[in-house]
Design a protein around this ligand. Sequence first.
Ligand SMILES: *[C@@H]1O[C@H](CO)[C@@H](O)[C@H](O)[C@H]1NC(C)=O
Ligand SMILES: *[C@@H]1O[C@H](CO)[C@@H](O)[C@H](O)[C@H]1NC(C)=O
Ligand SMILES: *[C@@H]1O[C@H](CO)[C@@H](O)[C@H](O)[C@H]1NC(C)=O
Ligand SMILES: *[C@@H]1O[C@H](CO)[C@@H](O)[C@H](O)[C@H]1NC(C)=O
Ligand SMILES: *[C@@H]1O[C@H](CO)[C@@H](O)[C@H](O)[C@H]1NC(C)=O
Ligand SMILES: *[C@@H]1O[C@H](CO)[C@@H](O)[C@H](O)[C@H]1NC(C)=O
Ligand SMILES: *[C@@H]1O[C@H](CO)[C@@H](O)[C@H](O)[C@H]1NC(C)=O
Length: 461
Amino acid sequence: MDKLFLVSFLGLLITHAVGGNMLYDKFNILGELEDLDIAEEDMELFEGPSWISERGGKVLVNVDSFGAVGDGVSDDTEAFRKAWNTSCSTSKSVLLVPPGRRYLVNATRFKGPCEERLVVQIDGTIVAPDEPNDWDANLPRNWLVFSKLEGVVFQGNGVIDGSGSKWWASSCKKNKSNPCRGAPTALTIDSSSSIKVKGLTIQNSQQMNFVISRCESVRVSEVQVSCPGDSPNTDGIHITGSTNVVLQDSKIGTGDDCISIVNASSGIKMKRIYCGPGHGVSIGSLGKDNSTAVVTKVVLDTALLRETTNGVRIKTWQGGSGYVRGVRFENVRMEDVANPIIIDQFYCDSPKTCQNQTSAVQISQIMYRNISGTTKSKEAMKFACSDTTPCSNIVLSNINLEKKDGTAETYCNSAQGFGYGIVHPSADCLSSNDKGYILIDHKENSELAEPSRDHIVHTEL
Ligand SMILES: *[C@@H]1O[C@H](CO)[C@@H](O)[C@H](O)[C@H]1NC(C)=O
Ligand SMILES: *[C@@H]1O[C@H](CO)[C@@H](O)[C@H](O)[C@H]1NC(C)=O
Ligand SMILES: *[C@@H]1O[C@H](CO)[C@@H](O)[C@H](O)[C@H]1NC(C)=O
Ligand SMILES: *[C@@H]1O[C@H](CO)[C@@H](O)[C@H](O)[C@H]1NC(C)=O
Ligand SMILES: *[C@@H]1O[C@H](CO)[C@@H](O)[C@H](O)[C@H]1NC(C)=O
Ligand SMILES: *[C@@H]1O[C@H](CO)[C@@H](O)[C@H](O)[C@H]1NC(C)=O
Ligand SMILES: *[C@@H]1O[C@H](CO)[C@@H](O)[C@H](O)[C@H]1NC(C)=O
């Protein structure tokens, strides 16, 4: 955001100032949201040549040397476990899953801590057994779990394939007469720090594809996630209890959220993300079963969402507590997206209806900037906030969302905010309970904002 514009915007604010303190707060919030960034400096670990050019100093641990067959039929679980133990206890080792083969591996926990500089090089395909009835009862919610690692790189052109079709068919979302039970996550990285994941494909997961839980400093790039658009609860990348995570240059198509960020996560940056099919990029759901959730400092910068059921979403259940604060969604192109911009504090993903309650996860300081494209639903922007815990300081700038028949509109319930630049469809409803304090008028706006006319075509707020 250019400073010039900020200055002219400040000028505008002063011209219209009604309450000095409120003005100050608003300007502060705007500045904070504008500047919100997540440090992306590469950790020392991530520099230097790849393992191939360094091979001299590396110890290669090939799963084939431990008896893996790689024919997609033989059980290679034991070979993988042994290879893991060897590479984990050897410094500078490369655990290699060679290309051109399919390794059938059961649910397994690959535990650290390991010796320094471990690389997990996945070039072949790892497949899960496909029969839910034979799944390991000790790991009902996981397939491949890596935990307690520090400074580990996962890379390669390989595939992690959850063989999920039977799990999907047995989901209660597919057939109401099925019991509702959880299914495994294909890849989990848990309780780890300084982790890099690059290039892998994760597909056909039983449920969530890739979970990052209780981690600190994770870099994910050039990852592909692929599941059918109708596969139930197959979130692409799910982040929970984690801080300082950067996801970039990744393409996600799935049957649930492309990315979901939940409780105790902070400092999450996503950039150059493609999403579709799927349910969009979500913060939440949060606050289920009266739980407390906190999510702060999230930035999505540059994304294309195509034919998804939501665009950028924040979803919370009635009865929760905690807060979501400091979020910026920017430079997003929407193509035929239902609910391109949505805050839903009445989220209810349960067979029975959820009653409204007096508490809710509080949502504030959410900025949407340069978001354009086509909406499939009439409500291009929907701010459905709790009556008792209103959303505050929603900032809109340069929004242009259109429905083919030209009927796009904005819905607000208990939501307060402001906007500048183009805001289409207009979002007057955000300022209606804002005591008329910042109503930027079209004409004055274009006069006052002379230095940055390109940015401000007109304002409807
Ligand atoms: C790997 O190491 C763990 C911990 O030392 C041990 O319990 C397990 O039996 C080992 N597994 C294999 C396959 O060697
Ligand atoms: C993998 O799972 C199958 C099916 O439950 C089981 O028969 C087999 O023994 C497991 N393999 C290992 C190495 O545990
Ligand atoms: C749903 O599951 C029931 C019981 O397993 C089965 O009889 C029925 O055919 C299934 N329905 C569909 C649409 O698959
Ligand atoms: C949310 O995260 C906090 C901090 O890690 C934790 O204490 C709390 O139990 C978590 N809540 C839920 C619902 O998981
Ligand atoms: C959540 O709190 C409400 C209000 O106190 C209560 O009626 C409800 O049973 C609680 N729900 C759960 C899942 O604990
Ligand atoms: C607005 O977002 C689109 C889509 O990501 C991008 O192509 C364009 O460069 C952005 N415009 C500005 C001024 O940043
Ligand atoms: C909950 O409150 C919202 C907003 O006031 C309202 O639209 C919705 O109908 C209510 N839901 C229930 C189940 O009462």
